[in-house]
Design a protein around this ligand. Sequence first.
Ligand code: PLP
Length: 397
Amino acid sequence: MRIPLLDFGRMASEEKGRLEEAFRRVLASGQFILGEEVAAFERECADFLGVAHAIGVSSGTDALLLALQALGIGPGDEVICPSYTFFATAGSIARTGAKPVFADSCPGCWNLSPQEVKRKVTEKTKAVIPVHLFGQPAAMTSLLAVGREAGLAVIEDAAQAFGARSGDQRAGGRGLLGCFSFFPTKNLGALGDAGLVTTQDGALADRIRALRVHGSRVKYRHEWIGGNFRIDALQAAFLRARLPGVEAALAARRRNVQIYEEAFLASGIAARSPDSCRCEGQEEPVCPSSPGQVLLPRDWRGEHTWNQYVIRYPPDRDGLRRFLAEARVQTEVYYPLPLHLQPCFLVGERKGEELPVAELFARESLALPIFPGLSADEIHRVVELVSRFARQRAKET
Ligand SMILES: *Cc1c(COP(=O)(O)O)cnc(C)c1O
């Protein structure tokens, strides 16, 4: 039995039918870039997410770049973001000419720590980009308060959290701007690259729409220097076909987490992570200790969407991963090298910078299959294999 991280072949035939119909509709329309299909997609997303404006763009990376460009961020500016995230969060900052300033993560919820952000603010700081990592909403109430106090724009990187709720809002609707990715592995996946920027601010929305087409609101008149950040009509149509199924897909992810939890806790070799979330209080983040157990992720606030199910295995993450691969269970390490240690950022005063929580997660984390089409039998098999490895390992030491 091979257990993959993701398998599109398991999509319900009804959903495949809707995708085929979307393809035929776009082919018949003859409009392949922007146009009616994209406008309808943007309206449906804005409704679903509870925001005034949603702008479809070419990718999640481009959504971040556009958000920063729309705020006029560039050389001389600093933008704070987590080190423990996908590269695009910081890459987009650097591409504007601004400096990404890395802050450590909360040992409980794995998200950007508000106390750490506060510590990194200088007079050059213009914005902060919290990431709703693995689908868990970041501590937006605290982060927005820190942002307000320091006069920073808060841009949500909601690439992994389409549909997540925090407070009475969906992720992406609380900051000044929200950025989404529809890369196929995300909660709502296109059949290719696509992204979205959201905002409640009409003037910013106007500017992003212009930046998406070379900074032009009137054809051949360019007020800003934008780029080609357009979304294909085909991807918009595919996403419209899949959007009605997104709540059911998120429910399936949550059900899978429950099956994992019950099986892991019954196995006797796993425990919920003992590290508590420190984002909402005044407590300082401390680097977690590393017991010998399999540590399970917890849901700290709002509605986690479980884009990834990431355990920690302090004794020997890489050994466990190899063992699972031999048993034909596909896993992934998100992320093996924190951004503050990436060669492209490791220059000048950065050398020697230490972010202990990010570095610990990079050593210990392992993502197990969690996609909606996974069966309970497959989850039990994964837990059985992880337990077997951990028990053997405990006996040896
Ligand atoms: C996927 C992802 C992105 C980038 O999205 P793309 O559509 O692949 O460009 C940005 N940030 C985070 C946190 C992501 O997971």
